[in-house]
Design a protein around this ligand. Structure first.
Ligand code: DGL
Length: 246
């Protein structure tokens, strides 16, 4: 069993990519919408919440845990790896290296939560690949709007926070909720190149399972969905998004 966690349904964008790698495991997806957003919380608060979820997933028998939340990864993964040395943690990060690999000369906008942008982990990555044409934009409140699914408010938010960046070439979607609003972002910024970390993290999961000789003989995958707020509508939306291509 593989655990996947996020502060809500945004991590579905990661699980979709994992499934494309053909990993036919049993998954538990933990949507912590009760504590959404993580991005505005202190590092200690996020760590203690995520540690609780990790304990729960290990108790259910997970052999690997995918942190499908940039904020939780940025804040917690180093500490988790030292506190749980026997557990395989696969952690997403904003796809800033992909910009360096594919379009390093382009003007770049990194959208992420404040927690991610301020984190030591992200700043180390940023300083390593900085193309000196990059704007770091903390998108306070955006993950919450996406979690709630209110299209009008999302569009208003993007209009007032992104329209001044019309000359941007690359956009890093540094929160797993943001790939769910790719079309809305393009409506404001035009035909920009969008980068997100879901492919990288999925390939890393496949690679690590392979290295350890872990295979799954199930005919297909299965996903148990758990939401911490107990809101039944979350699972319906999650499952629709899981099978949709965008
Ligand atoms: N999906 C989370 C991330 O990638 C959402 C952030 C939040 O809860 O603030 O950062």
């Amino acid at each position: 069993m593989i655990g996947v966690l996020d502060s809500g349904i945004g991590g579905v964008t990661v699980l979709r990519e994992i499934l494309k790698q053909g990993i036919n495991a049993k998954f538990i997806y933990y949507s912590d919408s009760k504590n959404n957003p993580y991005g505005d919380k202190s590092e200690d608060e996020v760590y203690s919440i995520v540690k609780g979820i990790v304990d729960y997933l290990l108790d259910k028998g997970c052999i690997a845990i995918v942190i499908a939340c940039n904020t939780a990864s940025a804040i917690c993964v180093k500490r988790l790896r030292s506190e749980y040395p026997d557990t395989l943690f696969i952690a997403i990060e904003p796809a800033y290296k992909m910009v360096h690999d594919y379009n390093p000369k382009g003007k770049t906008l990194v959208m992420a939560t404040e927690g991610t942008i301020k984190s030591e982990k992200f700043l180390t990555l940023f300083n390593k690949y900085d193309n000196h044409k990059t704007i770091l934009l903390p998108c306070k409140g955006l993950a919450e709007l996406i979690e709630e699914g209110n299209e009008d408010e999302i569009n208003q938010y993007l209009e007032s926070n992104l329209s001044r960046y019309k000359d941007i070439d690359n956009v890093v979607l540094g929160c797993t909720h943001y790939p769910l609003i790719k079309d809305n972002i393009r409506r404001v910024l035009g035909n920009v190149k969008l980068f997100d970390g879901s492919l990288g993290v999925s390939k890393e999961l496949a690679r690590q399972l392979n290295l350890r000789g872990i295979t799954f003989d199930n005919k297909s995958y299965s996903v148990v969905f758990i939401d911490s707020s107990g809101d039944a509508s979350k699972e319906k939306r999650f499952r629709e998004l899981l099978i949709s291509s965008e």
